[in-house]
Write a protein that binds this ligand. Structure first.
Ligand code: ATP
Ligand code: MG
Length: 414
């Protein structure tokens, strides 16, 4: 894409009411727009990153047999009354509104209830199990704190997957596959090393649920790390669980972190409420065992910014960068050979399918470099009179800052 055609502009200052590093940088670089506290729009660059994150998650969910659907945001109170989660006493962050012709609806903050009810029409016998079903869907939560930028929105995207199994044993097999799939997602988006499988309280059904917590000062959570086996314990259960649940190690290290994912066994809580059952091999009726697996692509994006960005701006891992290359032409207003060569190079990149942002604007080198650092594309390629004279390109790695002169074939062969 030509940067001269990109409608978003970078800016030197973030809005004065924005305190979170992730939102400040993403707004300055033109990735997101703040509509109001806790509510952000995704602009073209932001949407490119978001879609890549979604793509990674989708691949990993499909790889463990997930089937994608899209449920509604508007929710029928009757469905939530069935499980006892309509009242504001039971759930304190509902957004509710009125229907013109009478009655209320809710804006979904999660989807266990509607999906369980839906599955009643589709699961009949043991042959229909196991199943896992997921979506990328906008959730609404009336959060009291909304100062963490896109880490905590009042409107945000969630990948939520729900598993349906014959019994606890079958559930456990899928649960372990889901843990492995989540780990792959975090590795692929560049935060695998900093993200810990964290034991959290399990509610009524099982001893534990699990969170995926990424260690960063921007977080609102506290975890206790086991350096011996790379798992952690959530602050809320540390009193009941003072040693590592995996290896028994008693020296745990306290850290601030962000919950990027959360998975938990639901047992038969929802299947009982909605009568979701199946006939087993003996023709006897059994309740379906469920699990729920959440992950916030926006929160993940914000966490990646918090972890990887530097004082000059964003730094994206290749896997989710909006473009692979930032081609910067230093032709200036005169154009001439540099501009011609830059245009030709851009054409060749396009033909080869290399995702490129082409800075063809008439700005000073300083302005272009500052923008490139702020936008954070992994590789910056400069073409100027100087590089042309040497028959080379200047290639800068955004992450390490290393600059090298290399030929086009060397660059593409990297
Ligand atoms: P938290 O404790 O941080 O409020 P939660 O435990 O309520 O989160 P879940 O219901 O487990 O969140 O949601 C699943 C995932 O959705 C979370 O792990 C997170 O990645 C994402 N998520 C939850 N709330 C938000 C939010 N307000 N903004 C952005 N992402 C969110
Ligand atoms: Mg959670």
């Amino acid at each position: 894409m030509r940067q001269s055609e990109l409608f978003t502009k970078t800016r030197k200052e973030a809005p004065s009411d924005e305190v979170a590093k992730n939102a400040k940088l993403l707004i300055r670089a033109g990735y997101i727009h703040k509509e109001m506290a806790g509510v952000y729009s995704y602009l073209p660059l932001g949407l490119l990153v978001m879609n890549k994150i979604i793509g990674v998650i989708r691949e990993e969910m499909n790889a463990i047999g997930g089937q994608e659907l899209h449920l509604t945001a508007l929710q029928d109170p009757a469905v939530w009354r069935t499980s006892g989660r309509w009242s504001d006493e039971a759930v304190d962050n509902w957004f509710k509104t009125n229907v013109k012709v009478g009655g209320e609806v809710g804006l979904a903050f999660t989807h266990e209830e509607p999906l369980t009810r839906l599955m009643v029409s589709h699961i009949r016998s043991y042959k229909d199990l196991p199943r896992s079903i997921y979506q990328f869907q906008t959730k609404f939560r009336n959060e009291t704190r909304a100062k963490s930028g896109i880490l905590r929105g009042r409107e945000f995207l969630m990948k939520d997957l729900y598993s349906f199994s014959r019994d606890e044993k079958e559930h456990e097999v899928f649960y372990q596959e889901a843990i492995a799939a989540y780990r792959k997602v975090f590795r692929r988006v560049g935060i695998g090393e900093q993200t810990y499988l964290t034991f959290a309280s399990g509610g009524s059904f099982s001893k534990y649920s699990h969170e995926f917590q990424t260690v960063t000062d921007a977080g609102e959570d506290t975890i206790h790390l086991c350096t011996a086996c790379s798992v952690a314990v959530n602050d809320e259960i540390i009193a009941a669980q003072s040693a590592c649940p995996e290896c028994g190690n008693k020296t745990l290290t306290e850290r601030t972190s962000v919950e990027v994912g959360n998975i938990f066994p639901l047992g038969t809580k929802y299947s009982e409420a909605f009568g979701l059952s199946y006939l087993d091999e003996k023709g006897e009726r059994q309740l379906v065992h469920m699990g729920s697996y959440g992950l916030g692509p926006g929160r993940l994006m914000g966490t990646i910014v918090e972890l990887l960005a530097d004082e000059k701006g964003l730094i994206w891992p290749e896997s989710i960068a909006p473009f692979k290359m930032h081609l910067v032409s230093l032709a200036g207003a005169r154009g001439g050979d540099v501009q011609k060569e830059a245009e030709k190079l851009y054409e060749r990149f396009m033909k080869k399918g290399i995702e490129t942002l082409f800075d063809d604007r008439d700005l000073s080198p300083g302005e272009k470099f500052a923008d490139a650092d702020l936008i954070g594309i992994p590789t910056r390629v400069v073409i100027s009179e100087k590089t042309l004279a040497e028959g080379k390109l200047e290639v800068k790695d955004r992450k390490t800052g290393a600059i090298a002169l290399c030929s086009e074939s060397e660059l593409l062969g990297r």
